[in-house]
Design a protein around this ligand. Structure first.
Ligand code: GLN
Length: 455
């Protein structure tokens, strides 16, 4: 813990941690020492972690990287962070992210972006750590903590993990409690660990998940021993390669990476089959209707009354002006875009044309996956991202370009499936690239084991 605290001190330029909690960390570390001495050391005992700013942490600023939550210190702890603390983990501080987890580059944060610790060859252009869990990714990759929590609504664990060369798993929807995590799109949001490797991910995920009566979508299922399932033996497993993920214009190095991942799994004894997920091309548009729709509803609670920021009012201003001014000042541009898109697609005249249609598409996407799993496919291998980390500032002014980053990841959230990104190689400039494995629902143990074979 002390080593991490001093590494964090020296790494301010990465802007990964946005709230530092050294007193809490040292208290928790001392308590962990005592547990170890007493011979009662759970799996995460004394492990220093960073917590994404989307998680409510009791008495510690939890702002979802938004000005509208300025000054908000929750009275309660999120279930996931509480479970980590119960398992002995130590909180070093809160991690940077895109505002309300909306973004793929960490550039929508009210704290300014986190920075990717990697550089392309000799070029010292600063690169994005990805988003929305960009601070988590940068912190783990730069050894500021041993693991971090992330959340993934459309790729926000897997894309940043791939951009910095670490492992990140989004579990099956319902595996981790969403209680106490600031809601973005409630039918898609899931928490998950971001770690150095698959074994750490297995250990940390185990501590994070489990049934929580406070989240009605939390699954009442036993949590398997994920670490115990890491045998590396994948003989006889069937791995599907979806033809629709060969996108037009995909860089050769991504194709090559994908090919080498396929070869590794085959060499380890898996059977590789070509599969089709025919509705893949509709996933991105469906996601960018459903996610903003849910966001516009979830973000209605930031009204200047219940949380954080309230605008200064002029003489004669009423409640409407208070709402308007507070929201105009408190939300950033991307969040406003989502609220407007979401409100539009849910409006009486357009509900059927957009929101309802997107929901139907979502059902078809889910069925595509069910069909290939019914044919005996155990896991699906795809690239994690369509490129390596890109320069900060490059895409932020073009939202559609930014949304294209999520092309391989959003299908997994729409279908509620577990997906993991693992580092799998480097591009021509030495930047990390990741592969994604998608698994059957509730089979994170198997998925982690297949990912383990790719390490
Ligand atoms: N980049 C996606 C978005 O902006 C995904 C975000 C996420 O997974 N939280 O919506």
């Amino acid at each position: 813990t002390e080593a991490c605290l001093s590494a964090i001190e020296g790494a301010g330029a990465l802007n990964a941690f946005v709230h530092h909690t050294p007193e809490i960390a040292l208290d928790q570390a001392r308590a962990a020492d005592a547990r170890i001495k007493a011979g009662d050391a759970p799996a995460m005992c004394g492990i220093p972690l960073g917590i994404k700013d989307l998680f409510c942490t009791k008495g510690v600023p939890s702002q979802a990287a938004s000005n509208i939550l300025k000054g908000f210190k929750p009275e309660y702890e999120s279930t996931v962070s509480q479970q980590l603390f119960d398992a002995g983990a130590v909180m070093l501080g809160k991690l940077n992210m895109d505002e309300f987890a909306m973004g793929s580059s960490n550039e929508t944060s009210c704290y300014g972006n986190a920075v990717n610790p990697w550089r392309a060859g000799n070029d010292d252009t600063a690169l994005t750590p990805g988003g929305s869990s960009g601070g988590s990714a940068a912190a783990v990759a730069a050894d500021l903590c041993l693991g971090a929590t992330g959340t993934d609504t459309g790729g926000s664990i897997r894309q940043p993990a791939a951009f910095v060369g670490i492992t990140g798993i989004k579990p099956t929807y319902g595996r981790c409690s969403r209680w106490g995590i600031v809601a973005f799109a409630s039918s898609l949001d899931q928490a998950g660990p971001m770690t150095k490797d698959v074994r750490d991910a297995a250990i940390m995920l185990q501590a994070m998940c489990g049934h929580d009566p406070k989240d009605s979508t939390s699954a009442d299922l036993a949590v398997p021993d994920f670490e115990g399932m890491l045998t590396g033996d994948i003989r006889g497993k069937t791995i599907g390669i979806p033809r629709e993920y060969h996108m037009d214009g995909m860089p050769d190095e991504i194709e090559a990476l994908w090919g080498s991942g396929r070869q590794m799994l085959q060499d380890a004894g898996a059977r590789i089959v070509d599969i089709s997920l025919p509705h893949t091309k509709y996933a991105l548009p469906a996601y960018y209707v459903i996610a903003p729709a849910e966001a516009s509803s979830n973000l209605a609670r930031y009204d200047g009354v219940r949380y954080g920021h309230r605008a200064k009012l002029a003489q004669g201003d009423g409640i409407t002006e208070m709402y308007e001014k507070t929201r105009a000042e408190g939300f950033g541009a991307e969040v406003k875009r989502r609220v407007m898109v979401g409100t539009y697609v849910l409006s009486a005249g357009f509900y059927d044309a957009y929101y309802n249609r997107a929901r139907k598409v979502r059902t078809l996407i889910k069925k595509d996956f069910e069909d290939v799993f019914a044919q005996g496919v155990d896991a699906i291998l795809t690239p994690a991202t369509p490129s390596a980390a890109f320069p900060l500032g490059q895409e932020v002014s073009d939202p559609v370009q930014m949304y294209l980053n999520d092309v391989f990841t959003v299908t997994v959230n729409l279908a509620g499936l577990p997906g993991i990104a693992v580092p799998a190689g480097v591009d021509g400039h030495g930047l990390p690239l990741g592969l994604q494995l998608i698994g059957r629902p509730w089979e994170e143990g198997d998925l982690l084991n297949t990912a383990y074979a790719l390490e």
